[in-house]
Ligand binder design. Sequence first.
Ligand code: GTP
Length: 604
Amino acid sequence: MQERIRNFSIIAHVDHGKSTLADRILQMTHAVSVREMREQFLDSLELERERGITIKASAVRLFYQAKDGQTYTFNLIDTPGHVDFGYEVSRALAAVEGVLLVVDASQGVEAQTIANFYLALEHEHTIIPVVNKIDLPSARPEEVALEIEEVLGLPTEEVVFASGKTGQGVEDILEAIVRRIPAPAGQPTNPLKALIFDSIFDAYQGVIPYVRVFEGAVTRGDKIRIWSTGKEFEVDKVGVFRPGALEPVARLGPGEVGWITANIREIGEAQVGDTITLADNPTDGPYPGFKPAKPVVFAGMYPVDTQDYNRLRDALEKLKLNDAALSFEPETSEALGFGFRCGFLGLLHAEIVQERLEREFNLNLISTAPSVIYRVLTTDGEMIEVHNPSMLPDPATIAALEEPYVRLTVYTPEEYVGPIMQLLQEKRGRMDHMNYLGTRERAKRVELVYQVPFGEILYDFHDRLKSLSRGYASMDYEQAGYQEGDLVKVQILVNEEPVDALAFIAHRDKAYTIGRSIVDKLAEVIPRQQFAVPIQAAIGGKIIARATVKALRKDVLAKCYGGDVSRKKKLLEKQKEGKKRLKAIGSVEVPQEAFLAVLSAGRE
Ligand SMILES: Nc1nc2c(ncn2[C@@H]2O[C@H](COP(=O)(O)OP(=O)(O)OP(=O)(O)O)[C@@H](O)[C@H]2O)c(=O)[nH]1
């Protein structure tokens, strides 16, 4: 019954207790026993692998017997917690009518609390503020409730106090969901309009879009159409999410949350944010705001053992089945051989992919330093996107070089504003604005909004922000277009040969410091050879920094017992030739640390 459906999400800053509270809600709605809970609802990755399918717990249907005597259907939709996945969060939020905004009773409001709050507000959702972890000795629930009122404008009377750990107050949350979050609207007789808020791949059933039906209904045998591609499929099954299982049902009607199988073979065919309608009776327009997944960070991935190339390709293909945002194409590097240029949503996404490749597919990989996408305006008036610094065209043909920017929001207690502004300046940030939030002493927080080159915050910005502010400041960002920059390509020469995989693009003012620090690091991590190995950083033909890996000198003269000069000479000649050959082959072993050096050098 539509009027007894409640669709909601839980949003929170990292570690404020979202998962624990979700567990508790599952338990209190008798969905699962406490013991089953962990394995079933959360952390399903292990299980996924064993079964070869994904049962990503991004949604679950629960039944709650409310104090009014009625049984309500709850659809709890999970949102991914990291800035890399901001778009997925916004689609998950599009699928619900209300949110629980969870705030830690000892930490108070933080950056993601605010960012998530605004997202929910954009969707005009009912927001139920929950002050969580009230069992903590350091909890200051009343103060945090006031802070929520002052910073977010949610009245203290609306705050529900709870502890996901002890279960205290959780029933109040469930009642608040019933009373405050509206039942979904939508007419069963209208043409189907369903939003894809997540999507998984199953080896047997193909792509399974997770949908929220806004209008109309969908059932077995219907011919559906994917809005953005126009592709049509016949529905095999529809169903809902039960803890740990996809449970088939006869039909999904308006307001319902569920899944569809229709023999869709590629994840790109049913992307998050797209709309599903009926081929014969299409809706008048899609759910707004569809953005195809687009990688913004690129890195080369190469097998350490060249024989693993095909295995790496197969593994990437497997991962891609479930990950529309992952892209890859073959790439060759003079230094590293055959590999792939892979595209990611951010550094965390890149790390997850590399870790899965190594752990699940048993591959030993070298990855190059991640890079953003640069834009080159050539002297011919052409615009080229450069995903790999070594592919930057000849500077003589470059009219302008542009780098991507993000709109970065940092949220911090007032006392750390100084050092944070200094850090942002170092990262070439430009302030948009600065707001003081809250008026009371403890609630005095500052919101800093900056335009910053994306490449500058990629590596260690978050860590430095945290350490500057003793963990109190937090951040969020969104892509904000391209701007021209005074950028140069820095080449790294090992043994006088440029190593393509070590090249990077930097701002001219920083190129020298970064180059200096990289050559020093490389000289440390590259093992000694039979000969001295010069390491150089260069812009164009100009060497800007230099270091040397000293030779492991074999003492070839030791056996010559003095005397015979011509013999000595011969030996030295021979050794020189040896050196030459090694140079020519360029047989310097460059370890993975060398590539990490590029990432970290000159940036701390
Ligand atoms: N004392 C207390 N600790 C809690 C409570 N809820 C969660 N925690 C603890 O807080 C930490 C974070 O809890 P999670 O539920 O994993 O938080 P989360 O928001 O889901 O974290 P992410 O998924 O990383 O965003 C864990 O160590 C929990 O045990 C609570 O109500 N009381």
